[in-house]
Write a protein that binds this ligand. Structure first.
Ligand code: PEP
Ligand code: MN
Length: 384
């Protein structure tokens, strides 16, 4: 059960104390307090866990200082969608909005190799009017002998270059808790002229201690990749770790799953699950066609598989695309075979625009046929 408090009620106020006092007399129920920062205001929410079936929902809704009460299903309590749950979803970071209605392209280097590649990449993004990018500084590699990324050493020139090209948000994977501080420090040194969305890679989807550390910080939003060898449900539960520690600013990324049934692609593309994630949770959904497809094959229609897969995700309602690009893929230190070139960026942007427009047209057509009020409500599974 979630109690959403009136906007003027926060920890430290008498009404908040009275609500907590009321709850302290309910046996078997514990309360966890979250501050949810919105664009205009910060709301306090109290999450009740334990034996909440014994609670009188109407009585709690009438308590002074309580705005609304939401009964949540056991799964994905914070990030999930629940019956009669009209909590706003999405967030803004560094002037960029992320929600199930927004759309952004994050293109860039899988792994930062040198300053020249970074500069060329950001210049190309700026020429397309793009304000987001991907850059890998810390790379989790299958082999311990493979290039592991330049780590903190490359952050100063990455952030400086991003700032000079007007890039506002960079998706950057972290593989260890200490990387968060390194990124914070380097951003501060660069005058916080750009920002970072911390990426959790597929190899760390269930690294719960890393998730808790990322969830405890409020500075950076998170791009969370599904695990490549676990069910969607397990990945969504893992994302919930971030929220349960306090960080609800999470984008969920589909990136394919490991299976030889996907061959010749690197992974079995799972973008048909975009609408599933949108239905089960309130998270914006990203697709990563580069790591899903993994190779630059051309179809007889003259369109590469990576473009096809990206568009499939966007036509299905994806809110973000993460794609590998490299000025000279042959020289890339990581994942060169799946990198698009800078010259291809304008066409990729155009392709996504066509797909996004197609999605919006599809949505309007379906809305005409079935008004939103008639849409099925998400199932209210066991209340908790
Ligand atoms: C990446 O995006 O650079 C990456 C390593 O992806 P994944 O974790 O999905 O393999
Ligand atoms: Mn990669």
């Amino acid at each position: 059960m979630i109690l959403i408090l009136d906007e003027q009620v926060h920890p430290g106020t008498p009404l908040f104390a009275a609500i907590m006092e009321y709850l302290s007399h309910r046996p078997g129920v514990s309360a966890r307090v979250h501050e949810v920062k919105g664009d205009l205001q910060t709301l306090t929410e109290i999450y009740l866990i334990g034996d909440t079936a014994t609670l009188d929902r109407d009585e709690i809704a009438e308590l002074a200082g309580v705005d609304r009460v939401v009964r949540v299903s056991r799964e994905y309590r914070i990030l999930g969608r629940h019956k009669d749950d009209f909590r706003p979803s999405g967030f803004e970071y560094n002037g960029v909005s992320f929600s199930q209605d927004s759309f952004e392209l994050f293109a860039g280097l899988c792994a930062v190799d040198n300053r020249d590649s970074v500069d060329r990449m950001f210049r190309a993004l700026a020429a397309q009017g793009l304000r987001c990018a991907r850059m890998g500084a810390y790379k989790p590699r299958t082999s311990p002998y493979a290039f592991q990324g330049h780590g903190a050493a490359c952050l100063p020139f990455v952030f400086e270059s991003a700032a000079s090209h007007g890039v506002s948000v960079i998706a950057m994977e972290v593989t260890h808790e200490k990387h968060i501080q390194e990124i914070h420090d380097a951003l501060a040194t660069a005058g916080n002229a750009t920002g970072v969305m911390l990426q959790v890679g597929t190899r760390n989807t269930q690294n719960f201690e890393l998730l808790k550390a990322i969830g405890r910080q409020h500075e950076f939003p998170v791009l969370f990749k599904r695990g490549f060898g676990i069910t969607l449900e397990e990945s969504l539960n893992a994302a919930e770790y971030l929220a349960s520690e306090g960080n609800q600013r999470v984008v969920f990324c589909l990136r394919g799953v490991k299976s030889n049934l996907g061959e010749p692609h690197r992974n079995l593309v799972d973008f048909a699950q975009v609408p599933v994630v949108r239905r089960l949770t309130r998270m914006p959904v990203c697709v990563d066609p580069s790591h899903a497809v993994g190779r630059r094959d051309l179809s007889p229609d003259g369109i590469e598989d990576i473009h096809h897969a990206a568009v499939q995700g966007v036509v299905a309602g994806a809110n973000m695309v993460l794609v590998d690009i490299h000025p000279e893929p042959g020289k890339a230190l990581v994942d060169g075979p799946q990198a698009l070139t800078l010259d291809e960026l304008p066409l990729f942007v155009e392709d996504l625009k066509i797909a996004r427009e197609a999605y919006l047209k599809r949505r309007a057509a379906h809305e005409r046929a079935r008004p939103p009020a008639e849409l099925p409500k998400p199932a209210d599974s066991q209340p908790a």
